[in-house]
Design a binder for this molecule. Sequence first.
Ligand code: C2E
Ligand code: CA
Ligand code: CA
Ligand code: CA
Length: 279
Amino acid sequence: AKSSGRNNYQFYEKEMNAMTGQRLALEHDLWSALENNEFFLNYQPQIDLESGRIIGVEALIRWLHPKRGLISPMDFIPLAEHNGLIIPIGNWVLQTACRQIKELHHSGLPPLRVAVNLSARQLGEKNFIPMVRETLHLTGIDPSCLELELTESMVMQNVEDVIDVLNALNDMQIQLSLDDFGTGFSSLAYLKRFPIDRLKIDQSFIFNCDSDPDDAIISQTIIALAHGLKIKVIAEGVERSEHMDFLKKNGCDEGQGYFIGRPLAFEDLRSLLYQRHLH
Ligand code: C2E
Ligand code: CA
Ligand code: CA
Ligand code: CA
């Protein structure tokens, strides 16, 4: 038994080293991914639930690794947050999203909102506001067409500093939304102090909102909370028609999810918007 325990341990250690090695290799490749143009953005439609119209998109980063193929942001964003590369990568995401949205406006499509995900480190970077200003200036997009998605956890660090940054962004007419709402630990009192325009109900509550009474009451309560505070509410992870029915019945403003539309390459988004615009 003793020796097999030892073998297990050695096996475990080997596995762990292999995993750490893989992680290191990935982190190493991340350093050159930007200059090698290996990132691109997908855009997932967001609709107004009443009219069914596409009113916005969420920009989602993708990494096409030359050897490993497509790598999920869930696997490389944490690495980039850890080694600081999230700053140049985050700048690239913001600049690319604004440039591509401007391109859509130029081709005669009605103005569309683009939501960009932020990491905590970006918000804490002292050059963040000037960078955002510069990006708006260079692309010429209307600031109200840009939405920044924050998570509850990032909003909890250095509350006073965060409030200053959020107020500055809000004053610039940029929209702010609170992502994965309901999964974090932040006090509801913060909602009163942050200039938030939109709450995003986390997909974990939407998944069974039509069958699980607990998820139903949580979703209904978030909708009521948002509306009571005069902010909009969007549901993510809308995967089935039952989700749509539930959300419409309960007065949710907007929705996003596979039932409404998958994340699309930029050219596919453009085609979809043209089609919808002509009909
Ligand atoms: P998120 O912000 O919660 O984004 C929503 C995720 O849910 C996306 O995964 C999207 O593809 C997926 N999704 C959309 N509709 C559905 C649905 O109906 N059902 C299910 N099960 N999933 C759906 P994705 O693209 O893999 O992104 C994962 C996470 O990576 C994002 O979660 C976000 O936290 C992060 N991320 C993505 N792009 C960026 C970025 O540019 N910057 C930063 N900092 N984080 C990013
Ligand atoms: Ca998001
Ligand atoms: Ca605002
Ligand atoms: Ca989310």
